[in-house]
Write a protein that binds this ligand. Structure first.
Ligand code: DGJ
Length: 716
C-alpha cells in the first residue's frame, strides 16, 4: 500500500510500515518498523534529529553524505528541496536490471534551484515479501554538465548506536562467510572495487540489534559500497550504492543517471529478514520460464576431465550420467578454439573439432541419451593467444602503452564498447544455436584491472562496463527464453541480484568440500534462495581442500541447493553408482520441496557448530532437514537441534535417510515439540565409517511428513 497524506508518505507491506515526511523541503524517516495499521497522531511523532532519506554536501551534515555532486565551477554544495510526491505506475529502470511485479510506486521529486538538478527517489512496496525497493535517479535540467562523485541507491537512518553491521565476506573458494562488526560510534565500510560484486564482499548487508534488523541489498553486479556510521547523538546511518572508487560520472544537460535499485527489509530477527529477502528474490528478481520450474540435475565434466577430454570421454561420462538418472550434461571449459589449457583460446567461440568431433554432433549424441545439453562460455574474456585477439586487439580492455595485468593468463574484453558488446552477443548466440544449448554456464574468471575506453570518461568505466554486460544479457535472454542460464565467476564471485535478474542460478563456489560448503551455502542463503544456488557432489579427496567425506554427506549438503555432480562418473564402483542413482531419485521425488520450499537455517554454520537447514512445503505438510555436525566432540551426546517452520499443531512422521537411501522410521512427534524442544542428534555420529574417512563431517537427512488427522485417530 502506498499513500500520500499531505506531507506524509506511507508505504506498507504485509508486516511493516515505512513513514516518510516532508519536513520543510527535506524528506525524513519518521518510522520504519513493524506494521502500524493506524497512523493516527503521526504528526506528533517528531524526531529531534532529522533522519534524512538522502544527505547532501554543504548542508551542515557532519556524517558521510550520500550524494556527491561537483559542478563545473568546482563547487560541491547541493540543496535539493522537496518539490512533489506522486503515485506513479511502476517503471523499469533504464539500462539496469530491477525487480518486477508491482503496479505502482511512490515517487518523490527534489530540485536544486540554482543548478536545476533534479532528484527522483522512487519507492515500491512488495507486500507479501515485506521488502521495499528504492530507485534513485538524477536529471540535469541545467545548461552545464555536472559531475556525479557518488550517487546513493538508498540511505537509511535508524535510532540507536548499539547496532552491529553484518557483512558476508570471503575470497575465492570461501565466499560469503558471515561477519558481525559492532558499529559503536564510528564508521564501517563494506565495499567491492574489483569491478564485480566479488567473492570478497557481497553487497548484501544488515544492521541489527536485539529485536530490530534492517537488511539491504543492491540489484547490481559491479563495484558497490555500503557505509554505516553511528554518531554520538544516537543515530545510525546506512548508505548503499555504487562504490565512489574511481567513479566520476559526467551528467550532460538533459541527461539522466539511474542508480542501481536498492532493496530493504525490516524484521525482528535476522532469520526473518533473510526469509523476506529470499521470498523477494524468488518472486520479484528471478524471472522467465525457469522462475518456478524444477531445475534439472546436472553432470558437469570440469573436475572429471579439466581440459583433457575428447568426444569419446565426454560420451562415456554422458552414458553414466544418463544411467544414474541425471537430466542435463554440461560441457565445461575446453571445447572451443585451441583451448587445450588456460593459456589460449578465450574469445574464439568456434568449435575445437579435434576434441569434440563437432559440437552440434556431440550435443545431439548427448541428447540422444535422454539428457539435455548445456555448455560453458566465458564471453567477457580473451587470451592474447587467440584468433580474436590477433584480429581485434582493440576489443581488449587495455591501457595504451601499458602492460596489462593478466589473471589466469587472460585479459578482459572492453564491454564498455558497444562494438564489443555486439561481438559478444553474436558469438554467444551462435554457440547456443549451433549446439541448441538448453543451458549456459556463463563464467567470469578474473577481476578488472586495466580499465580504459578511449571514448568514455575514466570515472565512468566500471559502471559503463556493467551497463554493457547488462545490455548483452538483456538481449541474449530475450532471444533465448528457454535456455537456463547459470552465472559463475570463479565460483561465487558474482552472486548478486543483478545477475539473478538474467540467470536464475549461480554457481555458489568452486569449493565443493562439504564441510566448507555448509558455511558458504548458509552465508549465501542469508540473502538468496536455494533455487539460485548450484550445489554439486564432487570427488574425494576434494580437489580444493584434499579433505574426504562420505558420498552420503556430500549429497546431503548438496541437497541445500540445486543438485549436480562434478565427478568422473566412469570411475564409480557399482556400489557408488547405485548410491548416486538412489540419491538422484530421492532428490527428484522431493525436488519441489528442496528447491522451492521455505528454507530455514539450523544452528551456526560460521562457528563450526551444529548447522544445516530445514526446508518446509508451503502447506507445511512435508519438510526435509539436513543436519551437519562438522566434528565429533567429546560431549557429542549433548548435541541437539530445533526444527523450525513446521506446523506446531500437527503431528509428523519422522524418518531419516540411511547411507543406501532407505528411509528409516523414527516415530511420530508433534510439530510443537520438533520446533520448540531439543531433538537429540547423537546418532548422526554413527553415519560415517571413521576407518574409511578420518576427521569427517557427519550429516543426516530427515524427512517430516504430516500425519493426517484420520490416521492419528486410528493410531490412538
Ligand atoms: C571456474 C569455474 O568456477 C569452474 O567451475 C570451471 O568452470 C572453470 N572456471 C573452467 O575454467
Amino acid at each position: 500500500m502506498l499513500k500520500i497524506k499531505e506531507n506524509y508518505f506511507i508505504l506498507e507491506t504485509e508486516h511493516t510500515s515505512l513513514v516518510l515526511k516532508n519536513d520543510g523541503g527535506e524528506v525524513v524517516y519518521l518510522y520504519y518498523g513493524e506494521k502500524l495499521n493506524n497512523y493516527c497522531g503521526i504528526e506528533l511523532y517528531e524526531d529531534g534529529w532529522k533522519s534524512s532519506i538522502l544527505s547532501q554536501c554543504g548542508t551542515g551534515n557532519h556524517r558521510e553524505p550520500a550524494l556527491g555532486v561537483r559542478f563545473s565551477d568546482g563547487s560541491r554544495k547541493t540543496n535539493l528541496k522537496f518539490h512533489r510526491a506522486r503515485i506513479v505506475p511502476f517503471e523499469k529502470i533504464e539500462g539496469l536490471p530491477c525487480s518486477y511485479g508491482a503496479e505502482k510506486s511512490l515517487r518523490l521529486e527534489f530540485i536544486d534551484a540554482p543548478s536545476k538538478l533534479k532528484l527522483y527517489v522512487t519507492y515500491t512496496a512488495y507486500e507479501e515479501s515485506d521488502v521495499v525497493s528504492v530507485a534513485t535517479s538524477l536529471y540535469n535540467g541545467g545548461k552545464k554538465p555536472v559531475y556525479l562523485e557518488s550517487v546513493p541507491s538508498v540511505q537509511l537512518e535508524v535510532r540507536g548506536r548499539d547496532f552491529s553491521f553484518i557483512t558476508f565476506d570471503g575470497d575465492w573458494a570461501s565466499e560469503r562467510r558471515r561477519h558481525e562488526h559492532k558499529i559503536g560510534v564510528g564508521k564501517l565500510v563494506n565495499e567491492s572495487i574489483v569491478g564485480s560484486s566479488s567473492h570478497h564482499h557481497n553487497p548484501f548487508t544488515l544492521i541489527e540489534r536485539a529485536g530490530e534488523v534492517y537488511a539491504v541489498n543492491l540489484v547490481y553486479s559491479g563495484n558497490h559500497r555500503t557505509v554505516v556510521e553511528s554518531n554520538d547523538a544516537g543515530k545510525t546511518r546506512l548508505i548503499a550504492g555504487i562504490s565512489p572508487y574511481a567513479f566520476d560520472w559526467e551528467l550532460l544537460p538533459g541527461a539522466s543517471f539511474f542508480a542501481p535499485e536498492a532493496v530493504v527489509a525490516y524484521a525482528a530477527t535476522e532469520e526473518e529478514a533473510s526469509l523476506c529477502m529470499r521470498r523477494f528474490v524468488s518472486e520479484h528478481i528471478v524471472r522467465g520460464k525457469w522462475k518456478k520450474k524444477p531445475r534439472p540435475i546436472l553432470v558437469n565434466n570440469w573436475e572429471a576431465t579439466y581440459f583433457d577430454f575428447n568426444a569419446e570421454k565426454i560420451l562415456s561420462l554422458a552414458d553414466v550420467a544418463a544411467e544414474i538418472g541425471a537430466e542435463l550434461f554440461v560441457l565445461d571449459d575446453g571445447w572451443f578454439g585451441a583451448r587445450d589449457d588456460d593459456f589460449r583460446g578465450l574469445g574464439d567461440w568456434e568449435d575445437h573439432v579435434e576434441k569434440t568431433g563437432g559440437i552440434g554432433i556431440l550435443a545431439d549424441k548427448i541428447r540422444a541419451k535422454g539428457l539435455k545439453f548445456g555448455i560453458w562460455v566465458e564471453p567477457e574474456m580473451v587470451n592474447e593467444d587467440s584468433d580474436l585477439y590477433r584480429k581485434h586487439p582493440e576489443y581488449a580492455m587495455k591501457i595504451p602503452r601499458r602492460e596489462p595485468t593478466r589473471m589466469r593468463n587472460q585479459i578482459m574484453l572492453n564491454l564498455a564498447d558497444p562494438q564489443v558488446q555486439g561481438f559478444v552477443y553474436r558469438a554467444i548466440a551462435r554457440v547456443i544455436e549451433q549446439c541448441k544449448a538448453q543451458y549456459i554456464k556463463w563464467d567470469y574468471n578474473r577481476t578488472m584491472t586495466d580499465c580504459f575506453d578511449k571514448s568514455s570518461h575514466s570515472g565512468e568505466y566500471y559502471h559503463r562496463y556493467i551497463l554493457g554486460l547488462y545490455n548483452v544479457l538483456e538481449k541474449l535472454t530475450a532471444r533465448f527464453p528457454n535456455v537456463l542460464f547459470e552465472s559463475c565467476a570463479s565460483g561465487g564471485g558474482r552472486f548478486d541480484l543483478g545477475m539473478l535478474c538474467y540467470m536464475p542460478q549461480t554457481w555458489t563456489s568452486d569449493n565443493t568440500d562439504a564441510r566448507d560448503r555448509v558455511y558458504i551455502q548458509a552465508g549465501t542463503a542469508a540473502a538468496y534462495p536455494q533455487s539460485t544456488m548450484g550445489a554439486h557432489v564432487s570427488i574425494c579427496p576434494n580437489h580444493q581442500t584434499q579433505n574426504s567425506n562420505s558420498l552420503e554427506t556430500r549429497f546431503d549438503v548438496a541437497c541445500g541447493g540445486v543438485l549436480g555432480y562434478e565427478y568422473d562418473l566412469t570411475k564409480l564402483t557399482d556400489a557408488e553408482k547405485k548410491e548416486i542413482s538412489e540419491q538422484i531419485s530421492f532428490y527428484k521425488a522431493h525436488r519441489e520441496l528442496l528447491q522451492f520450499g521455505t528454507q530455514y537455517m539450523l544452528g551456526n554454520a560460521f562457528e563450526g557448530d551444529m548447522s544445516g537447514f530445514i526446508t518446509v512445503s508451503p502447506d507445511k505438510s512435508k519438510a526435509i532437514s539436513v543436519v551437519c555436525l562438522p566434528f565429533r566432540r567429546v560431549w557429542y551426546h549433548t548435541v541437539c537441534t530445533k526444527f523450525q517452520g513446521l506446523d506446531e499443531k500437527a503431528v509428523y512422521a519422522v524418518s531419516y535417510r540411511d547411507a543406501v537411501g532407505n528411509l528409516v522410521k523414527l516415530g511420530e512427534a508433534s510439530g510443537a515439540l520438533l520446533c520448540k524442544g531439543q531433538f537429540r542428534l547423537d546418532t548422526v555420529y554413527d553415519t560415517v565409517d571413521t576407518k574409511r574417512y578420518s576427521n569427517p563431517m557427519y550429516t543426516r537427512l530427515y524427512l517430516f511428513e504430516k500425519v493426517s488427522a484420520k490416521r492419528r485417530k486410528t493410531n490412538e
